[in-house]
Design a protein around this ligand. Structure first.
Ligand SMILES: Nc1ncnc2c1ncn2[C@@H]1O[C@H](COP(=O)(O)OP(=O)(O)O)[C@@H](O)[C@H]1O
Ligand SMILES: CC(=O)N[C@@H](CCC(=O)OP(=O)(O)O)C(=O)O
Length: 284
């Protein structure tokens, strides 16, 4: 039987081809609020991200925080309402979204990375007018439709050795702020950065044929099938923007979009450093 140190060396050597494949490339990780609930898991995700960045992969972390926003709105006695998986956002709600996403969730993640010995910098779409948006058509209030991404703040952070951590609050650079679904923004940012991969961490195995049946995982989706899946009605709530975002990222040239289970420790490393297909992969 091999001793523990030999086993460690074997594992590290096995990761080498994958590290070489991704070295110097950009990988966008979208971390959903529902997979952020357990502190130990959150730590494991942040340490995976630090590891990826230390082996020379340019990780960009885009985070959600839907449950935290809902919690704060409830405390303030403001009603939460979702339309097609998007939170109806009046002016007051937009302020709470900015406060929670950019003020609390973002800084908690940046702080955790620092605590674990990594270097991160927190940004939101207002910083440097990075995520420019206008009102999304339809009755959603101040939900943003992205008009432009200026990747400069993200690229500068990476070039200076920081992991950029992005809260998806958008702006029209005229004083209005917009609530942007984190999956939607992550896909746009991945496209704008010409990212190699986008990995979406959520609280379910991936896209399911039947959300109540753990064994109904759909491992591969061709982007042309997405509209049909939405029409069939098997996708609801937050999964609608998530699936559409994976489709958009692939159409924007991102080589691989995957949705994986953020409840499993080190699922990011399994996804990146092995050929084991976990979750749902979206292909052109
Ligand atoms: N067909 C489906 N497959 C998987 N999840 C689905 C499906 N339809 C709806 N969902 C729901 O989407 C949820 C994930 O979206 P969301 O709650 O917005 O997560 P996140 O906070 O990670 O963005 C799942 O927990 C599940 O309840
Ligand atoms: C417009 C819209 O719905 N915005 C989202 C932004 C946060 C988010 O997307 O968080 P998750 O990734 O945890 O779902 C919201 O208000 O909940």
């Amino acid at each position: 039987m091999k001793d523990i140190n030999t086993m460690k060396a074997t594992v590290l050597t096995a990761a080498l081809p994958y590290i070489q494949k991704y070295y110097g490339k950009t990988v966008v990780i979208k971390y959903g609020g529902n997979a952020m609930i357990h502190p130990d898991l959150k730590k494991a995700v942040m340490s995976d991200i630090i590891l990826l960045s230390l082996v020379g992969i340019h990780v960009v972390l885009i985070h959600g925080g839907g449950p935290e926003i809902s919690g704060m709105l409830k405390k303030l006695d403001i009603e939460s309402r979702f339309v097609n998986g998007l939170r109806y956002t009046d002016k007051e709600t937009a302020e709470v979204v900015q406060m929670v996403l950019a003020g609390k969730t973002n800084k908690d993640l940046v702080g955790l990375i620092g605590q674990l010995g990594g270097k991160a910098v927190g940004l939101c779409g207002i910083d440097g007018c990075m995520i420019q948006a206008k009102k999304l058509e339809g009755d959603y209030g101040y939900v943003g439709d992205i008009t432009k991404i200026d990747t400069t703040p993200i690229v500068n952070a990476i070039d200076s050795g920081y992991i950029p951590v992005v809260a998806t609050v958008g702006t029209d650079c005229k004083g209005n702020i917009y609530n942007i679904n984190a999956d939607t923004a992550a896909a746009e940012i991945a496209g704008a950065l010409h990212a190699e991969n986008i990995i979406t961490l959520t609280d379910i195995r991936g896209l399911m044929e039947d959300v109540n049946d753990e064994d109904s995982l759909i491992p591969v989706v061709h982007v042309d099938e997405v509209a049909n899946l939405v029409e069939k009605g098997i996708i609801s709530g937050g999964m609608i923007p998530k699936v559409q975002s994976c489709e958009n990222a692939v159409r924007a040239g991102v080589k691989k979009a995957v949705m994986i289970d953020g409840r499993i420790e080190h699922s990011i490393l399994v996804e990146m450093f092995s050929d084991e297909g976990i979750g749902t992969m979206f292909l052109p």
